[in-house]
Design a protein around this ligand. Structure first.
Ligand SMILES: Cc1cc2nc3c(=O)[nH]c(=O)nc-3n(C[C@H](O)[C@H](O)[C@H](O)COP(=O)(O)OP(=O)(O)OC[C@H]3O[C@@H](n4cnc5c(N)ncnc54)[C@H](O)[C@@H]3O)c2cc1C
Ligand code: FES
Length: 231
């Protein structure tokens, strides 16, 4: 991991999302599922973003502009500079026999780089609207569902599921695919284990998602959840 001052190379709309490309500035792309802390102009804290694309000389991030930080990143212009720190956290394990990539909404962000590293892998993506679903273009050949249909309605057994998406989707995937690897989210301030801002309680144990995640085994999530429900 390292810090670098990167240059904005491009900012393009992808349906309701924005693809931000920045110069690599000596940063390694890391493993799929790892994330970078991006410092939006005018904001005190950096924001965690999964690496979406490892392009020649560039790193690509898919943004959902939902608040001041993500909107400031989406408003960057080519040539603008920003601080980037990473790669951070753990990534997806790639030693799987029958991968299936499952993404929900902005949770598709880490999947294009994951697909590139795995080689050929089917993908199942869910979005809340047809406009959001335009981002599926980043994963050519993916099966796409739009609400009210959910990805879990199309999930077949026998796959090694690698998933990223909203928490209800991840919990439903964990119940259906006990071997799944799931990329979770929590608000993060430092990104490297110092602030406990990302700590989540699972089955009574506090986990810092920035160091023990963001990718967790479904089994680790499902067992504590079962205990929580029984409590
Ligand atoms: C490991 C990791 C990877 C991520 N990758 C991406 C990515 O590739 N693309 C992307 O667009 N976003 C990603 N996110 C989420 C992104 O970091 C947040 O949406 C962003 O920090 C929000 O900042 P903001 O200032 O725009 O909005 P804020 O005003 O900070 O937040 C807007 C709303 O979202 C909630 N929120 C903020 N951050 C999170 C979070 N992490 N989890 C749940 N709720 C949150 C807030 O409580 C608030 O309700 C990732 C988060 C993590 C932890
Ligand atoms: S974000 Fe600071 S400990 Fe995880």
């Amino acid at each position: 991991m390292r810090r670098a001052r990167a240059r904005t190379c491009g900012v393009e709309g992808v349906g309701r999302y924005v693809l931000l490309r920045v110069s690599r500035a000596g940063l390694e792309p890391g493993e799929p599922g790892q994330f970078f802390m991006l410092s939006p102009p005018g904001r005190v804290l950096p924001r965690p973003m999964s690496l979406c694309l490892a392009l020649p000389g560039e790193l690509g991030f898919l943004l959902d502009p939902i608040g001041p930080g993500t909107r400031a990143l989406a408003a960057l212009e080519p040539g603008d500079e920003l601080d980037v720190f990473g790669p951070l956290g753990n990534g997806f394990r790639l030693d799987v026999e029958r991968p299936l990539l499952v993404g929900g909404g902005i949770g598709i962000a880490p999947l294009p780089y994951l697909a590139e590293r795995l080689g050929v892998a089917p993908a199942l993506l869910g979005f809340r609207s047809a406009e959001h679903a335009e981002a599926a273009a980043l994963l050519p050949g993916a099966e796409v569902v739009v609400e009210p249909e959910y990805v879990t309605e199309r999930l077949e057994p026998g796959y090694d599921v690698l998933a990223c998406g909203p928490e209800p989707m991840l919990r439903a995937v964990a119940a259906l695919a006990p071997n799944a690897q799931l990329a979770w989210e929590a608000p993060m301030a430092c990104g490297y284990g110092a602030c406990y801002g990302c700590a989540v309680e699972l089955g009574g144990a506090l986990r810092r998602l920035c160091v023990e995640g963001p990718v967790l085994a479904a089994a680790d999530v499902a067992a504590p959840l079962a205990q929580e429900e029984a409590a």
